[in-house]
Structure formats: C-alpha cells, structure tokens
Design a binder for this molecule. Sequence first.
Ligand SMILES: [Zn+2]
Length: 313
Amino acid sequence: MMNRRHLLAAGAALPLAPATARAESHRAAAAPQGLADAQRFEVGEIAVTVLSDGAIRLGPEVLQGIDAQGYATLMERQFRDPETFRAAVNGFLVETGDRRVLVDAGSGGAMGPDLGRLMANLSAAGTAPEDISMLLATHLHPDHVGGAVNDGGAVFPNAELVVHQADRDFWSGTAPDGSESFFALAQSVLAAYGDRLRILTGEEEVIAGIDALPLPGHTPGHTGYLLTSGDASLLIWADIVHVAPVQLARPQVTIGFDVAPDTAAQTRARILDRAVADRLMIAGSHIDFPGMGHIARAEEGFRLIPAPYPYKA
Ligand SMILES: [Zn+2]
C-alpha cells in the first residue's frame, strides 16, 4: 500500500502546472452555452448555487484503512465502478442579502484539465469575479483555492479571503518533502489576498446567516460553513468525505491527503452523528454534483439521501 509520503510525492507531481499551461487550461475549461454544471438551491432566504469544478479519480491506493477488495465491494454495493470512480470537486456560490460569497474557488489551473471548471460555471450562473465580496476557504488545498489565483494574482479583485488561523499558520510553514507544491500554492493564495485576509479562530459568525464551524484533521484549520435562514439550514462540510461510497459506510477510512488522519476520522464520526441527530442538510466538496443531501444511518455506517431536485413552484 502507498504510504502518505509516496502519496504526497505522487500528488506533488500532478498539480501545479506552469503558468502558461495554467492560462491555457482556463480557456479550455469554458463551458458550452447552456451546459453549465451549476445548480441553485434555496436555504430559506439564502440562495446557494453549487458549482462543479470537475471530478478527480480517487482509487483505493489513496485511502488508508481499506484494501482494494474492500473498496471494490463498497463501490459495487452502490452501483459504482471501482475501476473508474471519480470524486466530484464542488464549490458554492452563496447569495445572501446583497452579498455574493464564494465558498471555495475550485482548482483553477492547479490540477490539470479534468478540473478547473468552476470559474466557467460561475460565469454561466451570471456572476463575475468582481461580484464576489468574500471568499470563504474551507482549507488551503489546491482543489479548493487554486482557482483563487492566476499567475500569482488574485482572481477575485474585491474579495476578502476568510481562512482559519490554523490553516494559515500550517501552510505558511516549511513544506515537508513531497508536499512542496501544496505549500507553494497555499502561500501564493495567502500572498495574493494578504492585504484583505480575515482570520477565523473558532466557531464564530462570519456574516449574518453564515457561521464557521472548525472541522479539523483533514487540514489543521479545515472549516465547514453553516448557513441558517429562518428554519432552514445547510452545513457546507467541505472534505468530511472524499470517497463518499467508502467513507460514509466506514468513517474510519482516511485519505493520504489528511494532515492528521486520526483527528480527521474523529471529526468525520462526530459530524456524521450530528448530521443524523439534527437532520441537517449537508453539502460536500467531493460528493457527486450537486453534492447536497441528508445523512441517515445504514446497515453499515451511514448513507447519503440526495437532496430533492429543486423544481420551480
Ligand atoms: Zn478537497
């Protein structure tokens, strides 16, 4: 089995194309007219539009706590092909009052041509980069904030970048061998928004209707955002699962990108229990687009009950 060090090395070889390739992939990612992967939901008075960034292959070799046979069995039980399973990468446009807030920005040019489509989908949904007043980072991994920078410059000229202190501090440090590209990307994002950075330190209100909920483990400052309007709520739980068909059934399974795998597994178990107990609607960065639903207990672990399609009244 691949260990974490090998995985990070493999990950380091993948992302972070040079600047020229990055510009090209932005062009290539333009969505054909009328084919945007963008789905709007209402959470009380708040509008949430899920924006697809694409999908990424996550096979059994990136997971710990399950072997290839176990992975295949869980995939097949859920009618998924273990050989081709790809995990979604989603970001979220949140419109509340007159503010347009983006929760994560996709990968931009950082992770190759299968990803990096969020900006085209944002534009197809009628929002320009300058309309975004706040970018809430769930954490500083390249599939979440790669799209916030282009050639080292801020993609969102009017946005404040909101990030948890523990992520800011961790990613500002020295990279261990094999994860240099992740650190370099995070540092370029922090630098691009350095004069308009807002640092979270715990469970706190970001703006009216949006509370930050620290969910540490995957990264030290990994943070969910809880939206509340009237009786409606939605927890954008970010990377609580990466391979949902596996990790909902077996929350103890971790992924090589977890900075602190044991903490990540504990956080996952805790938030899954809370989602069931509170009947919380959740949205996941890596759950099949549009990534929204409820969590119920299953014969083994948990399962997702996808949100109903939001038909117009
Ligand atoms: Zn992620």
